[in-house]
Design a protein around this ligand. Structure first.
Ligand code: UD1
Ligand code: CA
Length: 459
């Protein structure tokens, strides 16, 4: 019986990223690279992979949470040393250890399963995942003996010209027998260009002790490729994005233009939705069924109910009900909750506000720190004056209230249910239910004044 543990190597700094963020926390379609590697391992049946952390380890632990066990690599002495650190956290009953680099975000559960099966079925000391690459630059090359067995891996800086011409590369995905690791991992040398303990040297150690490495070849080199710099990161994101869009399309979402549609891996989009061009759906956003989103829309970490339309707008950390109509040019900011059937029109900004069912804010409004009751109608140009220069105050608008165009509501202020404000009013005192508030000077008409004035000007 084989018991397979998993280790993700994620302690490196990632110097080539030129970043303060540890490399494995860089996001690919909204998910940290190390999490994508760990997820693939879990999909392959490894229940709690061990993450080897070092550079920025607190940040990595915070970001990845308790789906993982953690092992510290206090100094980054190489991939071999990193795995040695990781072994301290695997169950003693494990017969095999599947290893993944933390910087290969396109890996799939299926690819890892295939590697595990090859190791378990062959009984070999190591199953090594390899690819043939047209441009193998930067990868360790697989050196085979006369009988075709993989006997050594040589890193780019240590390779001879002849070795550099080899196009078969080590992907840093391995499945080792635990006893082989116990026998050789502690004694890897550091006589190489970087002076590090290379995990790749396990292949030679196994061969020299009379053991066996079987290679598992993958056609789709992209899925196992490493990300060492930001351009490779951008290219990985492009590929993962295309997988995400394809999965959505296959589940019944209309993706009008895949090349200008950006959906994060953890975003959920319901059936029968239509996503129009230039649209970005980010983070753990959840879109219900039958929605139309875009064009030119960005939605971040928000929830959107069924059958809602959002056009040319921004929505950030807000909850939107079903059957709402948003935009064009609306800005829905954090902590906003829109009930069902709400209408938010052009040039309307809503922040930290609760808007009741079927309420309407159709044009040119700022609604901040407010409660708006069901069916209330907020006229064009209404402004909640929520900030006095020091503190924020609330505006409370009752249900069925009618706020006249260009009203200025000076918070804190309450407008009762069914109350009205006259257009152009400045409202600084509460308005009881069903009253009309007029907060502007009374109009005076001067009879014939205009005509007299024109006559005077002409003469
Ligand atoms: C490594 C392999 C190379 C392979 C390539 C595939 C070695 C020596 N080389 O090279 O053969 O073709 O991956 O992508 O293994 N890490 C640690 N601790 C360390 C060093 C690294 O945890 O001390 C982690 C890194 O965070 C990274 C992974 O190990 O996630 C791989 O390290 P990296 O420096 O990217 O290795 P490569 O040069 O890409
Ligand atoms: Ca790498």
């Amino acid at each position: 019986l084989s018991i397979v543990a998993g280790v993700v190597l994620a302690a490196g700094k990632g110097t080539r990223m030129k970043s303060d963020l540890p490399k494995v926390l860089h996001l690919v379609c909204g998910v940290p690279m190390a999490e994508l590697a760990g997820r693939a391992m879990r999909e392959a049946g490894v229940s709690k992979p061990v993450l080897v952390v070092g550079h920025g380890s607190d940040a990595v632990r915070d970001a990845l949470g308790d789906s993982y066990a953690y092992a510290e690599q206090p100094e980054q002495l190489g991939t071999g040393h990193a795995l040695a650190c990781g072994l301290s956290a695997i169950p003693t009953t494990a017969t095999h250890v599947v290893v993944a680099p933390g910087d290969a975000p396109l890996i799939t559960g299926e690819a890892i399963s295939k590697l595990i099966s090859a190791a378990c079925e062959s009984g070999a000391e190591c199953a090594l995942a390899v690819c043939t690459m047209a441009n193998p630059y930067g990868y360790g090359r697989v050196v085979r003996n006369a009988s075709g067995d993989a006997v050594r891996i040589v890193e780019e800086p240590d390779a001879t010209d002849a070795e550099r011409a080899i196009q078969e590369v080590c992907t840093s995905f391995y499945c080792f027998r635990t006893d082989a690791l116990a026998a050789h991992l502690g004694s890897l040398g550091t006589r190489n260009a970087k002076g590090e303990q290379y995990l790749t040297d396990m292949i030679q150690a196994i061969a020299e002790a009379g053991g066996r490495t079987v290679t598992v070849s993958y056609e789709d080199a992209d899925s196992l490729g490493g990300v060492n710099d930001r351009w490779q990161l951008a290219q990985a994101a492009e590929k993962l994005r295309s997988r995400v869009l394809r999965r959505l399309a296959e589940s019944g979402v209309d993706i009008v233009d895949p090349s200008t549609t950006f959906v994060d891996a953890d975003t959920v989009v319901g059936e029968r939705c239509r996503i129009l061009p230039m649209t970005i759906l980010e983070g753990k956003t959840e879109i219900g069924n039958g929605c139309e989103i875009g064009p030119h829309t960005r939605i971040t970490s928000a929830r959107v109910g069924d059958e809602t339309l959002i056009h040319m707008s921004h929505v950030n950390r807000a909850t939107i009900g079903r059957d709402c109509r948003i935009g064009p040019f609306a800005n829905i900011r954090p902590q906003t909750v829109l009930a069902d059937g709400v209408r938010i029109g052009n040039f309307v900004e809503v922040k930290n506000s609760q808007i009741g069912e079927d309420a309407s804010l159709s044009h040119l409004t700022y609604c901040g720190d407010a409660t708006v009751g069901a069916r209330a109608n907020i006229g064009a140009g209404t402004i909640t004056c929520n900030f006095d220069g020091f503190e924020k105050h609330r505006t409370d608008i009752g249900s069925d209230a009618f706020i006249g165009s260009n009203s200025t509501l000076v918070a804190p202020v309450k407008i009762g249910d069914g109350a009205m404000t006259a257009a152009g009013s400045t409202i600084s005192e509460d308005v009881p239910a069903n009253d009309l508030a007029i907060g502007r000077s009374r109009q005076e008409n001067k009879e014939g004044w205009a005509e007299r004035w024109r006559r005077r000007k002409k003469s």
